[in-house]
Design a protein. Structure first.
Length: 279
């Protein structure tokens, strides 16, 4: 099994004139590899996955897979609020050669815990790939409870969780309930240092686009003002602007309903980036 720990970047999808900008994607992946990132999530929230069609998703995955070393782990985000669609997308990810699945809590339809349990069990049983639960109630409203995570962790394909609440007590409870073999990855850059002290195994990060070495050194707290600027509007709006300002991607373009970062937020982002000698 590949190493599913450390600094994993939830890759953005560069666009230009509404099309996937593969030249910028190549520069982005190269920039990340040179700075020591240890894995990628493709087709996650940060990739604007709801706006990507299956052909684009597959082309992006193939492009990235061709650029990374054989031992480099690639997650595919396959979660949705439809269990059948999640199963279908998970099977497609397995055929493409994904190393693991990142499966978000179903959003909008607000299932109870027993519904979440049945959903994740069915998805995990549909492929031979390792599954990571993704708990992010800031986007999904519904949150996985510790008892549900504990029961799900008994499934042999469910080997970890991306815990994005920023609640360190919850992380401690999950570690205590699921044991040391269960992989806990932070999904909240600002609390990453504390998460690691609570027994975490790494982070699936947005800030690692911009400050990969700092994230790897567990120095997130030294960059909190910058991290806050990277979340001044809905992710990935600010981080795409940051990557554009650094010259890594050609355009900060997002797909509707997301838009480019506001002028005022861009100026604040520039200030924080200049403080860290990023511009």
């Amino acid at each position: 099994m590949k190493k599913f720990k450390g600094i994993i970047t939830a890759l953005i999808t560069p666009f230009e004139n509404s099309k996937v900008d593969f030249a910028s994607l190549e520069r982005l992946v190269d920039h990340q590899l040179k700075n020591g990132v240890e894995g990628f999530v493709i087709n996650g929230t940060t990739a604007e996955s709801p706006t990507l069609n299956p052909q684009e998703r597959d082309e992006i995955f193939k492009k990235v897979k061709a650029m990374v070393p054989a031992e480099f782990p690639l997650w595919m985000g396959t979660g949705s609020n439809s269990t059948e669609k999640t199963v279908e997308d998970s099977r497609a990810a397995e055929k493409l050669g994904a190393d693991a699945l990142l499966v978000v809590v179903p959003y909008y339809n607000k299932p109870p815990q027993r519904g979440l349990f049945e959903h994740f069990m069915k998805v995990a049983s549909a492929t031979g790939l390792p599954n990571f639960l993704y708990n992010v109630p800031g986007r999904t409203i519904t949150s996985l409870e510790v008892d549900t995570v504990k029961k799900l962790a008994e499934h042999p394909q469910i080997i970890g969780i991306k815990e994005a609440t920023g609640n360190i007590d919850l992380a401690k409870q999950i570690r205590a309930a699921c044991g040391n073999e269960f992989i806990m990855l932070s999904g909240d850059d600002g609390t990453y240092d504390e998460f690691m002290m609570a027994g975490g195994d790494g982070v699936i990060s947005v800030a690692s686009h911009v400050i990969p070495k700092a994230m790897k050194a567990q120095k997130a707290r030294e960059h909190l003002d910058l991290i806050n600027a990277l979340f001044s509007e809905a992710n990935p709006i600010p981080v795409k602007m940051a990557m554009h300002l650094m010259g890594v991607i050609k355009s900060p373009e997002c797909r509707l309903p997301l838009v480019t970062l506001s002028d005022s937020a861009t100026e604040k982002l520039k200030i924080e980036m200049k403080k860290k000698d990023l511009l």
